[in-house]
Each structure stands twice: as C-alpha cells, then as structure tokens.
Design a protein around this ligand. Structure first.
Ligand code: ZN
Length: 116
C-alpha cells in the first residue's frame, strides 16, 4: 500500500492551523483567516501606535496568506482521500507519481502537469 498520506496531511493541517491561530482569527462565515487586530479603540491611541499596529497587521497578513493557501490545498487533498479521488492529476486524470506525492501529499497534478 502507499505511504500514509492522510496522516502526513493531518499533521501538516495541525501545524498550519496552530500557526494561523497564533497569528490571526478564523472567520467561520467565510472560512478565511485574517490577522488578529488589536482591540483597543484607535481614537484613544496616538498616531505612532496606530502606525505600529497597522504595520503589525500587515506583517501578520503577509505570513497568513501563504499559510492559508497551503491549508486550503491540504484540506482539499484530505477531502480527495475521503471521496476516493486522491492522487489523480486534475489535468490528465492519471495517477500522480509516488515520488511527487511523498514530497508533497497535497499535489494536485502529475510531474508532467506541474505548474511553473
Ligand atoms: Zn497530469
């Protein structure tokens, strides 16, 4: 049988979710993550503090965006395992190489259709 991709994916999902929880908050309605904003009323803060907080928000967002994108890939691979379509190239519908999947179990294409 193949490598245990489900457990690899579950482990990665756990790591990614942990990072996202540390940096932001999850909007259940849209299923998106956004940087955690400070809760203090901005009208009570001096402009420098507001600028610092905005910078912090921007920095967190820059980290969150790729983590969130990766989490989406990992979740769709887990969904594919659940519905039996895991490991199939979404371009040509052939089996994705084991070497490629072991390097990236969330891969959606075979080597030939690897996106640049
Ligand atoms: Zn392909």
């Amino acid at each position: 049988m193949t490598m245990n991709y489900a457990s690899m994916l579950e482990a990665e999902k756990k790591t990614l979710t942990g990072e996202l929880i540390r940096l932001g908050r999850h909007d259940l309605k849209t299923n998106t993550w956004e940087a955690a904003a400070e809760t203090a009323d901005p009208s009570e803060l001096d402009p420098n503090t507001i600028a610092d907080r905005f910078e912090d928000f921007e920095e967190k967002t820059a980290i969150i965006v790729p983590l969130e994108a990766r989490l989406t890939q990992v979740e769709s691979a887990l969904a594919a395992i659940a519905n039996g379509t895991f490991g199939i190239c979404r371009v040509c519908s052939t089996k994705i190489e084991e070497a490629r999947l072991s390097a990236n179990p969330a891969a959606e294409t075979c080597m030939e259709h690897l996106e640049a």
